[in-house]
Design a protein around this ligand. Structure first.
Ligand code: NAP
Length: 542
């Protein structure tokens, strides 16, 4: 397809104005680059713009889930809750965009359709759905890891006469479910957060569960002013210690390295109970081998199943809610009253593993030959994670190679940051980086700083393009695979593996090991970017 003439020339175009894009735009402008952001939403905030469903909140503590690039910002901003709710994080993103004067650089309601590398001019052409054609030296994809909503193609879906919603595309003005018969499909983190809220409003709530998930109470509460004062007195030190943690948060969380299997039954129970009370991800810190050994994992899983049986009054419902698999293999959920919700008279659990959803009708949906009458359906069916938001754009690198073809058997990257064959294209928290396995604000900031430094190096060398070397990419993909194989992660059907999207290659996408990754980036930076190859202006030697 022919390309129209460019409408704007830039040094850098950043796609996405979530927490990654905002930080990237800020850092590149400070380098003196002409930079612009495009964002398909009507405001900044990314994930936190779209996921407005009731109950949506972060599962990383607010003191950690925030930027560290500005000491003034981190001192000034005051979180109200231990785990910030969506409106507060969205307000934070807005505050950052205003405080650092980023709004004028961001074009909203603009989605990127296609991008093509022009090897002769060593520049990208990028076309949007608003008719812009950007001619840019650098193209930074800050499109998010969990931003391409996934709605399964249920037969007859269009026949349904009621209202439908996806948790990841929630209406801006909210939804009133009072007096309605509501169905929720999906019991991942989003489903587990929204279900208690829907149950309070709806006349009847039917939860369609395919796979039971492990959830630990989040134990959200207002922030403790003394704790905040302590952290703020030496925030830089808190951040430094957080970066040394497996998931880049909670440097003061109790974390044990001993084996479940070495503990006596009493000690196991005591330790699991203590970490259950701490809440959320902290549960997995009870012992050192919960996500490494299947036998150790079984004890942790059995403890949680015991909790579910104790909370849920109806034994048959409790059994259905008890997950069979490995705890922590899929992303552990953090809830506020999820299991308790099934003790309400207006809530019903339907197992769709035994009898999958056959089809929608005008008035509901059918499972195992039974029609469930519904006014509204909420899809909490997740995302085409990590690669979805990139592959929904037609991206073509050198020799017209498409990213979709390059990644046909699974994503290939160097450090999750660059792809061989795609010069000057950067993927923030891309597959092959710790991304979704670590605090994502720290992750995007780390990538924004590295991309800034890589571009600064390129400019200092008087080069115009940088690209991941093919061998560096191959070695890195191997490292990522070896890392995940040492864990229990590949053993379940998670979105980390793309297993939730029919036809998606089954490859474990994130890199396990945030602290090692940080050290690796530091070494690469100090060593003048081995694995990255520079190209000078055409006609000049490298
Ligand atoms: P998800 O974890 O992928 O869960 C999707 C759910 O939909 C699963 O229960 C899945 O069942 C079900 N499902 C998908 N297709 C189905 C079908 N055809 N029939 C029946 N059920 C179907 O998605 P999510 O809950 O949106 O969470 C995604 C990630 O976003 C989380 O893991 C987390 O990283 C992030 N998130 C974080 C928070 C937080 O910070 N607290 C909140 C929300 C989301 P199966 O398991 O059987 O596939």
């Amino acid at each position: 397809m022919k390309w129209p003439a460019p409408t704007q020339r830039l040094d850098a175009l950043v796609v996405g104005a979530g927490l990654g894009g905002l930080c990237m735009i800020h850092l590149l402008r400070a380098e003196g680059l002409s930079v612009k952001g495009v964002e398909r939403a009507g405001g900044v905030g990314g994930t936190w713009y779209w996921n407005r469903y009731p109950g949506c909140r972060c599962d990383v503590e607010s003191i950690d889930y925030s930027y560290q690039f500005s000491e003034e910002l981190q001192q000034d901003w005051a979180w109200t809750e231990r785990y910030a709710a969506q409106p507060e994080i969205l307000a934070y993103a807005e505050h950052v965009a205003t405080r650092f004067a980023l709004h004028p650089l961001i074009q909203l309601e603009t989605g990127v359709r296609r991008a093509r590398w022009d090897d002769e001019r060593q520049r990208w052409l990028v076309e949007t759905d608003r008719g812009d054609v950007f001619d840019t030296r650098f193209l930074i994809m800050a499109t998010g890891c969990l931003s391409a909503a996934n709605t399964p193609a249920f037969p007859g879906r269009d026949e349904f006469a009621g209202r439908t919603f996806h948790t990841g595309l929630w209406p801006q003005d909210g939804v009133d479910f009072t007096g309605r018969r509501v169905g929720v499909i999906g019991t991942g983190s989003s489903g587990i957060q929204v279900i208690p809220f829907l149950a309070q409003q709806a006349a009847e709530l039917t939860v369609f569960q395919r796979t039971a998930n492990f959830s630990v109470p989040a134990r959200n509460r207002p922030v403790d002013p003394d704790e905040v004062a302590r952290v703020k007195a030496s925030y830089a030190d808190h951040r430094r210690r957080a970066r040394q943690q497996p998931a880049a948060f909670g440097p003061d969380h109790p974390r044990h390295s001993d084996s479940v299997l070495a503990a006596t039954p009493e000690e196991r129970r005591r330790r699991f109970e203590e970490h259950w009370q701490l809440g959320g991800f902290m549960f997995l810190g009870a012992f050192g081998d919960i996500v490494l050994s299947e036998e150790a994992n079984w004890h942790a899983a059995e403890f949680v199943r015991g909790k579910i049986r104790a909370i849920v009054a109806d034994p048959a419902t409790a059994e259905l809610l008890c997950p069979k698999g490995i705890i922590g293999c899929k992303r552990l959920c953090a809830d506020s009253g999820y299991y308790e919700t099934f003790n309400r008279d207006n809530v019903r659990l339907v197992d769709v593993s035994a009898h999958p959803i056959e089809r929608f009708t005008a008035t509901g949906l059918v499972t195992g030959g039974t029609e469930h009458a519904l006014d509204d359906v909420v899809f909490a069916t997740g995302f085409d994670a990590m690669t979805g938001s990139l592959l929904r754009i037609d991206i073509r690198g050198r020799d017209d190679l498409s990213l979709a073809d390059k990644w046909a058997a699974g994503p290939l990257t160097y450090l999750g940051l660059m792809v061989s064959g795609f010069p000057n294209l950067f993927t923030m928290t891309g597959p092959g980086s710790p991304s979704v396995l670590a605090n994502l604000v720290t992750g995007v900031e780390q990538h924004a700083e590295f991309i800034r430094d890589l571009i600064a190096w390129l400019r200092a060398e008087d080069a115009v393009a940088v690209e991941a070397g093919i061998e560096a990419e191959r070695d890195w993909v191997h490292t990522v695979n070896v890392r995940s194989e040492r864990t229990l992660y590949p053993r379940c059907n998670s979105w980390y593996l793309g297993a939730n999207v029919p036809g998606k290659p089954r490859v474990f996408m994130p890199y396990v090991g945030f602290p090692d990754y940080t050290a690796k980036l530091d070494t690469i930076r100090l060593g003048r970017f081995p694995g990255f190859e520079l190209r000078c202006q055409p006609g000049r030697a490298t």
